[in-house]
Write a protein that binds this ligand. Sequence first.
Ligand SMILES: Cc1cc2nc3c(=O)[nH]c(=O)nc-3n(C[C@H](O)[C@H](O)[C@H](O)COP(=O)(O)OP(=O)(O)OC[C@H]3O[C@@H](n4cnc5c(N)ncnc54)[C@H](O)[C@@H]3O)c2cc1C
Length: 382
Amino acid sequence: MKTNYDVVIVGGGVAGLSTAYYLMKRGKRVAVLEQYEVGNAFGASGDHGRVFRMTYGKDTFYTDLAVRSLALWKDVQKDAREELYMPIGVLDLAMGPGQYEDQCYQALKGMGLPVSKWSSAETHERYRIFNPRAFKFAVHHPDGGMLWAQRALNAFAHLAQSRGSRVFTKTRVTAVLRNKTDGVYGVRDASGKVYEGASYLFAAGAWTADLLNAYGLPIKPTRQELLYLRPPNNQGRYRPAHCPIFASVAKGFYGFPVHIHGFMKLGDHKKGKPGKPGQGTPEISPGFEKNARLFLRKLIPDLAGFSETEGKVCYYDNTPDDDFILDRLPDSPNAWVAAGFSGHGFKFGSLVGKTLADLLVDGKTELNQQRFRLTRFKLKEK
Ligand SMILES: Cc1cc2nc3c(=O)[nH]c(=O)nc-3n(C[C@H](O)[C@H](O)[C@H](O)COP(=O)(O)OP(=O)(O)OC[C@H]3O[C@@H](n4cnc5c(N)ncnc54)[C@H](O)[C@@H]3O)c2cc1C
């Protein structure tokens, strides 16, 4: 059986659903095919919170993208009529040489964005939880904060469907139908149903390289661990009013204040072991919890005694240069791929969605796509 849409999107994470939302705003009829549920625990977008930061060292390209994304997130938030972005500030702590943090400060200052550089004593003055002997100085930007990830996905799905688009959950695409003349002319799901569109977008996260295996996309997923922990005491000190998003690039760890059922969250941005969703144990390793405790013992000693925890595993879809892939598939003028977000894509979800909608409808976008082109790689097509 066949169904027909303006655009068929494979993947109901932030890339796929935000694109459906912006296509809806362009009056397009869209089908989003998601193998699990919206916000499922296997996808990279399926979590309570995601960091929104503007700090990218001296790489002002991404800082600029973050500024544009924030303006769009605020518009989506208005449309959704619920809080999607919590401006609680981001604190980059110089627990290493401090060069990266200094570059962050110079970059935001140079772009006229609100940012402060505090000594460790000044930081402790403002946020008592941090041990001033654990870091040299800190860079704080108030526009940083947390995005309510799950809420954002539900909002995109709800708003897109409010004007005729469809989100098909539990619908796993098992075949991409293509030929030399038309390029991609359909996708088939596990039940044999074929979905046809004028255009196609493949936004399947860590599954993209396998789904589009004919193209030899250079995406290497890694297994990333997260730890939800309940503060052992004085919970009030770890609420957003007294605890920002905090990060140490040198140590890799980043953390969220209490934000869900009394739990904080700690993650490590360093790339984990290669792996694929659904492979291996969903449990975090004892080593991760041990390292998290060691990190906290240094930076937030009162927190290191945590006992109640919940681990979570998901996957980064890494490209060799950590830049995204937002481009047409080589042999298909009507098919696009959005993947390779390399562990830092959620914050740009709004802008990525708008950009892809413009590319799918107009074939062009105001965004400089140079760093997101597939042509930067030598694809080993199969
Ligand atoms: C542990 C962790 C922490 C992170 N923290 C941050 C952060 O703080 N800030 C930030 O900006 N970014 C962060 N990221 C990165 C960010 O979450 C991702 O870049 C972003 O969510 C990617 O979205 P996506 O839509 O491309 O992929 P996903 O969210 O993975 O969505 C892809 C979807 O496609 C579906 N799918 C796959 N194959 C098929 C198929 N064959 N048929 C149908 N459906 C299919 C999957 O089920 C999945 O739901 C983090 C990522 C991880 C893993």
